[in-house]
Ligand binder design. Structure first.
Ligand SMILES: [Fe+2]
Length: 240
């Protein structure tokens, strides 16, 4: 498994955001790191409310909070509007600046609220293939959003609005599902894979990925929809 390392000692005192340092990044690295920042923003924005997170003892992540919501939502707006530009116009300093700000706000959000199922599923997948973390998390994100939409419909609808989707005439259910479609479209626009088979995952891996992912409680308990390993296996199959 490829896993994250988390501790309060890892929180920085100062973050310097210098867009010129990112100008030389390839479109692929820009896309992978940018979609990871979007995953942080969306997963912490739609995380289970802090009031309902059930955990014993010391915990690193609180679930979504009014303050993390504001940070995450602004991050989603910035990343939705600037990631395609940063990928396709590498020297666009304004897009690079906005991506850095978006990634910082998303980081401030998720380091308090926490990430959820897309990150948990990405860990065992990351151990099986050579893809970078962002590519895997971004690929699985729209499928997790589809699973979560029925329990966080208003937040998903606001995400679709941040992407500039036209929602008029849609039922509330359709509007909430368009957030997932917007992320799929973004993946295509920035040239990242949208199917697990594209990164080398096969049918025979799916049950193991789901079984390993549900063990990552730190992330899974933050997911707004409580789901079983078999539920996750179903969405992995959809993503194959
Ligand atoms: Fe991440």
């Amino acid at each position: 498994m490829k896993v994250g390392v988390s501790d309060n000692h890892l929180r920085p005192s100062v973050a310097l955001l210098d867009p010129e340092l990112t100008v030389g990044l390839s479109p692929y690295v820009t896309a992978c790191s940018g979609i990871d920042a979007l995953s942080h923003a969306i997963e912490s924005y739609t995380a289970l409310s802090y009031q309902y997170v059930q955990a014993q003892g010391k915990r690193l992540f609180q679930g979504s909070l009014p303050i993390s919501d504001v940070l995450a939502y602004r991050a989603i707006e910035l990343i939705a509007r600037n990631l395609p530009l940063a990928v396709h116009q590498g020297s666009n300093i304004e897009a690079r600046s906005n991506m850095l700000l978006g990634s910082l706000l998303a980081g401030m959000s998720f380091s308090n609220a926490g990430n959820a199922a897309a990150h948990a599923l990405a860990y065992p997948i990351g151990g099986l293939v050579k893809s970078p973390h962002g590519e895997v998390t971004g690929l699985i994100l729209p499928y997790v959003m589809e699973l979560n939409a029925p329990v966080v419909p208003e937040k998903m609808t606001r995400i679709a609005e941040a992407f500039g989707m036209s929602l008029s005439g849609m039922s509330p259910k359709e509007a909430s599902l368009s957030a997932s479609k917007a992320v799929l479209q973004l993946l295509e626009d920035i040239g990242l894979p949208t199917r697990l088979s594209q990164i080398g995952i096969e049918e025979r891996h799916l049950a193991m990925i789901a079984d390993e992912a549900v063990k990552i409680e730190r992330l899974m308990r933050n997911n707004p929809r409580q789901a079983t390993a078999r539920d996750y296996e179903k969405i992995l199959r959809k993503a194959l």
